[in-house]
Design a protein around this ligand. Structure first.
Ligand code: ADP
Length: 486
């Protein structure tokens, strides 16, 4: 996205840095509705200078925030969560406008996002140290857990609220302060959250949001010794770049990168549950989630029945603008996303896949954009196809049949990514064997709704480092200090 000058008289949603609302400079980013191309708002286009000022603010706020009793920080986070829920519809409408997902999903995301603040508030109160006897009777070992300090977060556009609070909640709960750069496609939600945080009593400087030049902001933060960690959710490509840049200050990194989830349906599966699970996970957010199944491997004995049931339901899904009543699938985020999904569809067709339903990128009605991909089911998936090799990030489910378990597991694991995988079977021994064999950070057994604030979310291999959520997410924001006592 290129910066541009907003028309005279435009209101620019300011960045939040400390108490200051920064709107300097005349270049801005236009935030548009992906379903209509209408302008939803303008945000500043900042670079290194403001990124460093944000770190100044976070560093200045750190000593007092770190010193507060955990219960006081928890109170602030709980008030913040409550105000998100009180504003749920307003936030959700804005989220749908900038990101495109159906309003019901946006409502769900706001509640899900608030749950990270609530969970972190509780977990932050329980942060404890340890006390051990040592190898001499006159020595003791004390282990302290202390907040890392100023932490940076860079978030993606597909969950503009939840990806913010999943990082922010644990960081603030343990006493860190945060500088955050939301994705340029959907930054308004993060800015709205910064406002709510301030109103909830989270002091100025504790949570700062900067919008603008991603590369310059990232460089500024990874070049700054005061930034002790960067938590990133986004593409593997950018993740790699950040790993290289983090070498300068040895900045600690959490990386939640791409996925390419397989869904395995064995011949003994509860097919109705498998169909429900596949559709819920695949078509949510128009397939733009890093844990949505991209490829289904279905046992040959049940493949026809599975495909027929999926097709019947998917063919009836309502494609349209996220704010319209009853819409189940909204637009893709931008033209690059459309190009990728189109390329995967064309490649699959050229290589012999059969389109069971959908298959086109359309304009559902005259005043909408051409960014709507029909919910699509393909059969005849082949490992050579692009859709079998990489994340499509669109509402397309591709199905391949298999005959034996080991083959299915081998197909599932034959990828550099390792975020989420799903398996449907009723047989306990098979379920456990498959769960152990799948090389993924998250395995859904007879379940595709795997995201929640209590669980450790994260990947293996090219899907990243670290875990977010639960006690693991909180541990990622503390330093362990060993005090040897004589
Ligand atoms: P996607 O392909 O899903 O948009 P990206 O990895 O490009 O994923 O974007 C995820 C986040 O990373 C966004 O906030 C984006 O602005 C940011 N980003 C993109 N390029 C860089 C970069 N060079 N340095 C730091 N952040 C970046």
């Amino acid at each position: 996205m290129l910066p541009e000058s907003p028309p005279a008289g435009t209101t620019v949603v300011p960045n939040r840095i400390g108490i200051e609302q920064v709107v300097e400079g005349d270049v801005c980013l236009r935030v548009t509705d992906p379903g209509t191309d209408d302008t939803v708002g303008w945000v500043p286009y900042h670079g290194e200078a403001i990124a460093r000022e944000a770190v100044d603010a976070a560093a200045a706020a750190l000593p007092a925030w770190r010193a507060r009793p955990p219960g006081e920080r928890a109170d602030c986070l709980r008030r913040f969560a409550a105000s998100m829920l009180a504003q749920q519809r307003v936030l959700a409408r804005q989220l749908t406008r900038e990101q495109g997902k159906p309003l019901t999903e946006a409502m769900g995301e706001i509640a899900y996002a608030a749950s990270f603040l609530e969970w972190s508030a509780e977990e932050g109160r329980r942060l404890a140290g340890e006390w051990y006897h040592a190898h001499h009777s006159d020595k003791r070992i004390l282990v302290l857990r202390q907040p890392l300090g100023v932490v940076a977060a860079i978030t993606p556009w597909n969950f503009p609220a939840a990806m913010v609070t999943r990082k922010l909640g644990p960081a603030l709960a343990v006493g860190c302060t945060v500088v955050l750069k939301p994705a340029e496609q959907a930054p308004l939600t993060a800015l709205a959250l910064a406002e709510l945080a301030l109103q909830a009593g989270i002091p100025p400087g504790v949570f700062n949001v900067v919008t603008g030049d991603a590369d310059a902001i990232g460089r500024a933060w990874l070049g700054d010794a005061r930034v002790r960690k960067l938590s990133f959710t986004g593409s593997t490509e950018v993740g790699r770049l950040l790993v290289a840049r983090a070498a300068t200050q040895l900045t600690r990194l959490s990386l939640e990168l791409g996925g390419h989830a397989p869904l395995l349906v064995f011949e003994d599966a509860d097919l109705d549950a498998a169909v429900r699970g596949a559709i819920a996970a695949k078509f949510r957010n128009a397939g733009q989630t890093c844990i949505c199944p991209n490829r289904a491997y279905v046992h040959a004995a049940v493949a026809d029945a599975f495909v027929a049931r999926v097709r019947d339901q998917v063919a009836g899904m309502f494609l349209g603008h996220g704010l319209d009543d009853g819409v189940q699938v909204g637009p893709l985020i931008d033209d690059d996303a459309v190009a990728k999904v189109r390329a995967h569809l064309d490649d699959a067709r050229d290589r012999g896949a059969t389109v069971q339903c959908g298959g086109n990128i359309v304009q559902p009605r005259f005043n909408l954009t051409h960014r709507f991909c029909e919910p699509t089911v393909l059969t005849g998936l082949d490992p050579a196809m692009a859709i079998a090799r990489e994340e499509t990030f669109g509402p397309v489910l591709a199905v391949q049949t298999f005959e034996d378990d080991d083959h299915a597991i081998a197909l599932a694991n034959d990828t550099p990514w390792g975020l989420a995988a799903y398996a449907y079977t009723r047989e306990l021994s098979r379920a456990l064997r498959v769960a152990e064999a799948l090389e993924f950070g998250i395995v859904g057994l007879n379940d595709t709704a795997v995201s929640n604030a209590q669980a450790p979310f994260g990947g293996l291999k090219h899907s990243g480092w670290g875990r977010e959520g639960g006690k693991w997410g909180v541990e990622d924001y503390v330093d362990v200090k060993y005090v040897s006592i004589g």
